[in-house]
Design a protein around this ligand. Structure first.
Ligand code: NAP
Length: 280
């Protein structure tokens, strides 16, 4: 019975944070697994992160997620950083140990890879070249996880070339930076295209990218989930490419965090998709 279980709390720290869908996801799983606990919004201002994180054990929290603007700052405010989070250079999940110490994880790349497998189970990271558009925090998590999963030929292109170049230098020989002016040609012969910019998001312009040279068998993914079908995904679908939207990444990145806090690895089910889609 739920009443005999310890009461467990988790939440998401961000600023702003009111728009976060994470409470819907985690509270769905808490109910589904008949657990005793809650997942709450934690509006934490920039500059207050360290104090807020150190309060987690005092307030009885099992941990929290981190969103804008705290993911990089958190590296300085936890006691241990998981090697993958270290390589990504950002923390999206904090776990409180029984002694009150804090471990930082990053599950964004896991979420992305799982979303591809869920939509296309035969997809393989090493099946051909990959082009990543954008060089922000999400791109970094995705590229590190693609390499971990066997990708050997990743092209990264970004409006600000220095960021793409720096990321390629840092992440290893698998990653090559392509000038923004040459981005259209960077689609030739690839097996996967991923948009990690905000272009195509509700209220933003569509991503300025010509698909002429994209092989028709290439998987096209966009990590944006508002709208579910971005102009990029619509254009790819119309020319016959398989597509994956960003909702799967959002749902799957939550699974390892929930497992760390609540002790159960939850599933992403059609019922969860329906519930979260209703909030978009
Ligand atoms: P970020 O670190 O701020 O990076 C933003 C990226 O977008 C940069 O590469 C930036 O290029 C590019 N960009 C911005 N305006 C542009 C324009 N007008 N033309 C071309 N490129 C432009 O953000 P992030 O955290 O990586 O997030 C990026 C997107 O991913 C957001 O839409 C976010 O909602 C989404 N996201 C989804 C999930 C999920 O679970 N599905 C998770 C994380 C993020 P510059 O370097 O030139 O500025």
């Amino acid at each position: 019975m739920a009443a005999e279980q310890p009461y467990r709390l988790a939440g998401v720290m961000g600023w702003p944070v009111a728009h976060s869908r994470s409470p819907v996801i985690h509270n769905h799983w808490i109910t589904h697994h008949a657990l005793n606990g809650a997942y709450v919004l934690l509006p934490v201002q920039p500059g207050q992160l360290s104090t807020a994180l150190r309060s987690l054990p005092i307030l009885g929290f099992s941990g929290c997620n981190l969103t804008i603007p705290h993911k990089v700052e958190a590296l300085k405010s936890v006691d241990r950083i998981d090697p993958l989070a270290q390589r990504i250079g950002a923390v999206n999940t904090v776990v409180v140990a029984p002694d009150g110490s804090l471990t930082g994880l990053n599950t964004d790349g896991f979420g992305y890879i799982q979303s591809l497998y869920e939509a296309h189970p035969s997809w393989k990271a090493n099946a051909g070249p990959i082009t990543v558009v954008g060089a922000g925090g999400a791109a970094r998590a995705i590229i590190v996880s693609l390499i971990e999963n066997g990708a050997r030929d990743i092209r990264i292109t970004n409006r600000s070339f220095d960021k793409a170049y720096g990321m390629a230098q840092e992440l290893g020989p698998e990653v090559q930076a392509v000038a923004w002016g040459e981005r259209h040609g960077a689609l030739a012969g690839i097996n996967l295209l991923v948009n990690t910019t905000n272009q195509g998001m509700h209220g933003e312009h569509a991503l300025d990218l010509l698909l002429d040279q994209l092989p028709v068998g290439a998987l096209v993914s966009d990590i944006i989930y508002v709208p579910l079908e971005t102009p990029l995904l619509a254009a790819a679908r119309l020319r016959g490419n398989p597509t994956v939207n960003g909702l799967g990444m959002l749902l799957h990145q939550a699974r390892p965090a929930f497992a760390a806090w609540f002790g159960v690895m939850p599933d992403v089910t059609p019922a969860l998709y329906t519930k979260v889609r209703a909030t978009l």
